[in-house]
Design a protein around this ligand. Sequence first.
Ligand code: ARG
Length: 588
Amino acid sequence: MKKMIDLLTQEMEAAFAAAGYDACLGRVTLSNRPDLCEYQCNGAMAGAKQYKKAPIMIANDVAACLRDSKVFQEVNAVAPGFLNLKVTESFLTDYLKGMEAEPKYGLEMPGHPKKIIIDYGGANVAKPLHVGHIRSAVIGESIKRICRYAGHEVIGDVHLGDWGLQMGLVITGLRERNPELVYFDESYEGEYPKEAPFTISELEEIYPAASAKSKTDPEYKAQAMEATFKLQSGVRGYRALWKHILNVSVADLKKNYGSLNVEFDLWKGESDVHDRIPGMVEYMKDGGYAHESEGALVVDVKEDTDTKEIPPCMILKSDGAALYNTTDLATIMERMELYAPDEMIYVVDKRQDLYFDQVFRCARKTKLVKPETGLKFVGFGTMNGKDGKPFKTREGGVMRLENLIRETKEEMYRKIREGRDMPEKEAAAVAETVAVSALKYGDLSNQASKDYIFDIERFTSFEGDTGPYILYTIVRIKSILGKYTEQGGKVEEAGLKEAENLSEKALMLQLTQFNAMMQTASEEIAPHKVCAYIYDLANAFNHFYHETKILAEENVDRKAGLIALLVLTRDVLETCIDVLGFSAPERM
Ligand code: ARG
């Protein structure tokens, strides 16, 4: 379905042509003076020079041609030559009826849908998720849903940090605690136990302790490096132990991500491409892409147009070990082979910006991807506390994601119980749903690349630009619809009618912007645009709600028309929160 703004432009272009001017001048935009008009066209200003005429004369000529327009109710030529526009109620209502009838409220599907892989989450095995991971999960999930809604085929991959020294450290820590474990007996040839010899809480204690110790104890560090080497070269017991670490950790990660409505299609990790590395290294050497530099193997990625220094991409360290880069490049190779995506999007902390620049350049230079394959880095800023520094616990430690979610739920629960008489159990369930909206909206409503301040007080408020406010609006609509049904009304039978007051028309106009907004959000990979839109839409709805009798309306037909408008508003709002990755309760 065409966008509203394009239909209006079409009508305006025809009028310019009919008045004897270039049709191209007829571009219509949203009004920047909503107090005066709904839309505007500045084409007469642009045409003045070309036609050597005062803009107001051109505007008047065009306005005259629109006197009988079925699209524009008002066309005012105002000095010095603007065209201020209002659309007819009938055109607006028809447009909304068209939206209702379309599967995605009029969002056009791409002619050539893309296959996109989104690399997000990026959790590290055996380390608890901390608040730094929340942004990748929340933003990535929303990008995945937006692109899917926009008609693309999207695969989300968690890309676990499950290889390398961090694993060697955990194994060394375990060995220190339980040297008797059969996994460390290299002469053992039997089957290994099915049960992991540790719980997730133990695992989460082991890593930080081992990591700290390795920093002060070189002998311990050497052991960890050896354990890493043994694991990577396939020593049976180490592999078996690593599998346990992976399983225990992934089960816990799934639980945590699940509580945020974050789901991955692929649970792959750095380890999955281990076996591809030797072949890739050979390929890079044979192709003449990689060369030795101070014992290491590197690929130069600087370009003549660079304004800052871009260091070479290191493929192997001088001791022959692979790096973070190496696994990322091998992953690109694997993805091309297994999925042949048109695009890969990485949702990672923006401090890895230069790193991804190097990796992408290297992948292109070495032809791991096709020239037309898109490689996009969506770098996000830091989540800060009220002091403007990276978010910490009250004690000053790193905040675990689990605790952050719990604290938000508790705050939400308190607010919901306060002043409402809702049974405890329902309040707890509602608090959970609303807390997810508070966290996610609080994050997504900011442009991803910006830092933002995590303010639990503000995020959980039912007023202002917050998730709970959006949900509250949806719940309000649901409650009216519920009452209408109780009164014997049939929601499904209600048909849209023309607006009878200004706030009603404003709500309708806001609804028409859905398809254009969603297209921009997907093209620009910008979930914050969905947030901005639903905030405006919720405001437009609440304004309308306060000015309009709905359930008390006596004219049955008019009442049904209002109900239909409510249904469409609810559906558009729910579609939007779904792509943002949260949902609304039935009441709150
Ligand atoms: N595990 C990494 C970290 O915690 C993030 C991974 C990002 N994705 C990637 N393909 N490198 O920093």
